[in-house]
Design a protein around this ligand. Sequence first.
Ligand code: OOG
Ligand code: NI
Length: 468
Amino acid sequence: MARHVSFDDIRTRFSSAMSDMYRTEVPQYGTLLKLVADINAQTLYQDARGDAALADRGGSEMARIEIERHGAIRLGTPAELHTMRRVFAVMGMSPVGYYDLAPAGMPVHATAFRPVDDEALARNPFRVFTSLLRLELIEDEALRERAANILERRQIFTDRLMTLLDRVDSEGGLNDEDATAFVIEALETFRWHSHATVDAETYHAFHQAHRLIADVVCFRGPHINHLTPRTLDIDATQQAMPDWGITPKATIEGPPRRRCPILLRQTSFKALEEPILFPSENGGERGGERGTHTARFGEIEQRGAALTRRGRKRYDELLAASREVTHGLEGEAQQRALREAFHDFPDDETTLRREGLAWFEYQVTDGASVTNAEALPRERDARLEALIEQGVVRARPITYEDFLPVSAAGIFRSNLGDNGPQHYAATDSRADFEAALGATVEDEFALYEQRSERSLSACLAQLGLASD
Ligand code: OOG
Ligand code: NI
């Protein structure tokens, strides 16, 4: 039997094919890639000369940056989400985290499909923020039923893709030829369709109810709506964007600029107004009314350290409190106020570690060994600190691999435009989401904790120290 292609390889083939497709579909994305590559090269160069925080992140972290992307799609039905989970599983991606966007006025909830183990993340951390439309939040009953009927009838996956998914289930993987076919077929689901599947009147009715509903319901599939490269300096990239003919949104989402970056900072450029065609009277694709649709945009992100539950709570509180001082501000003024609001959040790695605010992973320093094990403290945390102080063990922040609900809402909003504030009751729908998914979503905090623990145990074992 022919050998199976690894899921990691399929993910890399797919993300690269998707990047090529999106570059053709949205040329500004190609410009953004060049700009980010430029800034990253400059940042690395300056870093190599000056403070070595980045180089310190380790070779594997640097190697992945060039190919690192995240994207987003919005699905219409539980069945679509269920199959999408199977599709991503073939790329070694699992659902991590639950994001409820209803409190932010978006009738969707979401998860992030991404690789979870260290090696897979180092190879290619490709992630897709995947939302599911919550039809039950549409108030107008007739409209709700119309949407449900339309979604019921569409098939966003090709027959060949479904066959290949079954093959993975029965044979445990795909050979080279099937893996190639898989990438081609899966890509079809993410492709842009300029033909709407509903007439202009229906489109406008959904659009009126919520722009997201029109975007999800009126097309043949869940077109990829952005692909995001990772920059090493989001402020410099944001600043350079206008020179490259790209207009960024006014404010960067997430924490302020810091010496020790935490979590995730993001900014996007506005969605394009793209021509679409509505079907003609007889239902054909030709000769119908013309319209426009805005859905697809560009985004950049900068990633920092993953925070512990405690750190995250502090972040969420500070961010909420910062609203009072950042309200109504944009650009540099907003960032200055945000920095001020985050003043008391420790900004050096040692304090972040000692206060249990961020996750770290550990490595034995090249050639180091323990000379006097008896003299080391017995208590685990104290022992670790002693080893770090002696220079035997090095601690490095673990990169945040996930998303932030408040930031995501800001990204949604900036690209959908506000047609009046919308409010949806905060109902806990995680169980519904997981039922649709056919799996529970993984807990991001547990994943970071395990990674930290694994690295520590490996260090202690390597040094011949008990890991109790
Ligand atoms: C997803 C928006 C969220 C992010 O990076 O937080 C997102 C969408 O617009 O579908 O991509
Ligand atoms: Ni995004």
